[in-house]
Design a protein. Structure first.
Length: 501
């Protein structure tokens, strides 16, 4: 089983003079010599260095206290999540899965071997607690694939202790700077080795061309960002992080909305089939997730009900319903991420960006082309809101407000894509649509909660249990929906008065 930890570290250039005295760093009571370790690491990547180009490293390392396989995923500059698996000859299946969205049908090969003599120091406080580990690394690099050559260098690495304050690294860096030590030009040993040895360098991250100029440039920049998000979030979904599934699902929705809104820029004869596949992926990501979120809402609502008004095993039934929805959904989702269909979708998105199906409007003035598309989406929201609120409370109004919410999302995403071109008006529209989406989302959650409560109360009644508490919860949800409906006209008037796109 792989273990995950957050790694926060900084690297510095070093000559042969060794480590400066760090006892003067604020908070450091002692610098403890932990000896020397001999590390031997082989880095694996595809022949075209897809992992390295994304700032991802995969290595097999012996020596030291953490021998084994290490996969490092970028989080922010100087911050990576490191997933460690025990030493083995073959790449563990879990780590292979975590690289799948980038490797796909490619083959991993050894590309660089690094042999490091590591001189280790621990910076500790007055109580002996570890603040950071500092090492002086004498590195010898050898190219194994895609070229030949060797290189060697010395660097200083400072890694923050688990749970430490990142501000402490600023103090260490200030002291190192006074001693003439400067930050490394390379973010990783692998990156430096690939540059220093003969052969191809990693391709730059898939951020696309420079500053957008045309309407097509702006739309493609937004499409590229969502494609990159889907690829980068794949490991988070596999690791079951808190927002991984939600964030990937949002990226698929943004892409679908972009294809629909900007059909004058990107040919829908090409993008519609891609949108269908994105809808499939979003649906698979939602299996079990929507029920889990709804269950959390109902359980939280039940906690607010006074004990004497809770009649029967309501909590247990709600909990069992939630678990039934989640059962097997994770295994299913992992299967989806490994499926040929999903990998083909990623390849299709790459191909679309490499050879975009641009229409005539793509070459137009972005302010005119994008603003027109955004205004068209906003007008649809206007019509849906007015139609829904003209209906009496009930099923038809519920459906109308749900459609308005979906169109508000689409308008929000359109404004996001247009924001670099349209500036403050688009930013304001994003905020307005987000607030409307949240308001109408509360209404839709109430609709779904009431539907679920009706179903659960029927099951409870059939089992001879009291349905009283389900009715009580239903009434509260009904009141929430009514409050949202009462607030909607006023909220919509404020939005329409503020829109300037």
């Amino acid at each position: 089983m792989a273990d995950t930890k957050r790694e926060i570290e900084r690297k510095y250039e070093s000559d042969e003079s060794g480590l400066p005295d760090l006892t003067g760093v604020a908070g450091v009571a002692n610098v403890v010599d932990k000896g020397t370790a001999e590390l031997d690491a082989t880095y694996h990547d595809t022949s075209d260095l897809r992992l390295a180009s994304a700032g991802v490293t995969l290595r097999h390392r012996t020596g030291g206290t953490d021998a084994g396989w290490h996969l490092k995923l970028p989080v922010a500059p100087g911050v990576r999540d490191e997933i460690h698996a025990p030493l083995s000859d073959a790449l563990p299946a879990e780590l292979a899965g975590l690289t799948r969205s980038r490797v796909r049908e490619g083959r991993l090969v050894p590309v660089i071997r690094l042999r490091t003599t590591r001189d280790i120091r621990h910076l500790v406080d007055a109580d002996g607690a570890l603040l950071a580990e500092v090492s002086v690394d004498h590195v010898r690099a050898e190219r194994l694939f895609g070229g030949t050559g060797k290189a060697q260098w010395t660097e200083i690495e400072v890694e923050l202790a688990d749970g430490g304050d990142p501000a402490f690294l600023d103090k260490v860096e200030k002291r190192l700077g006074k001693a003439g030590v400067r930050p490394s030009k390379s973010a990783s040993k692998l990156g430096r080795a690939l540059t220093a040895t003969k052969g191809g360098k990693p391709h730059p991250p898939t951020s696309g061309p420079g500053t957008p100029v045309t309407a097509g440039d702006h739309v493609l920049a937004y499409v590229r960002a969502q494609r990159d998000a889907i690829v980068a979030l794949d490991p988070a979904v596999r690791l079951d992080t808190a927002e991984g599934v939600h964030d990937m699902r949002v990226a698929t929705r943004r892409l679908r909305s972009t294809f629909r809104t900007f059909g004058k820029v990107l040919d829908r004869r090409v993008t519609d089939p891609v949108a269908d596949e994105l809808k499939w992926l979003a649906g698979e990501l939602g299996v079990g997730r929507d029920q889990e979120v709804l269950a959390e809402r109902l359980l939280a609502a039940l906690d607010e009900v006074p004990g004497p008004l809770v009649s029967g095993p309501v909590h247990d039934r709600l909990q069992a319903w939630a678990e039934a929805g989640a059962r097997g959904s994770r295994g299913r989702l992992l299967g989806v991420l490994d499926s040929r269909r999903h990998l083909a979708l990623l390849d299709t998105l790459d191909a679309l960006l490499a050879d975009p199906p641009l229409r005539r409007a793509a070459a137009g003035d972005p302010e005119k082309v994008l603003a027109k598309a955004v205004r068209r989406d906003f007008a649809k929201v206007t019509g849906l809101i007015e139609t829904a609120m003209d209906q009496p409370p009930g099923h038809e109004r519920d459906l109308g407000l749900h459609e308005a919410r979906k169109k508000a999302k689409r308008t929000r995403y359109a404004a996001e894509a247009a924001r670099p071109a349209l500036g403050r008006p688009a930013k304001a529209l994003v905020a307005s649509m987000k607030s409307l989406q949240s308001l109408l989302g509360e209404h839709q959650d109430s609709v779904m909660a009431r539907r679920t409560l009706r179903e659960l109360s029927a099951v409870a009644h059939a089992a001879g249990e009291s349905a009283f508490s389900y009715g009580l919860l239903y009434g509260r949800e009904e009141r929430r929906a009514a409050e949202v409906e009462a607030r909607t006209p006023r909220a919509w008037r404020r939005i329409t008065e503020d829109v300037r796109v």
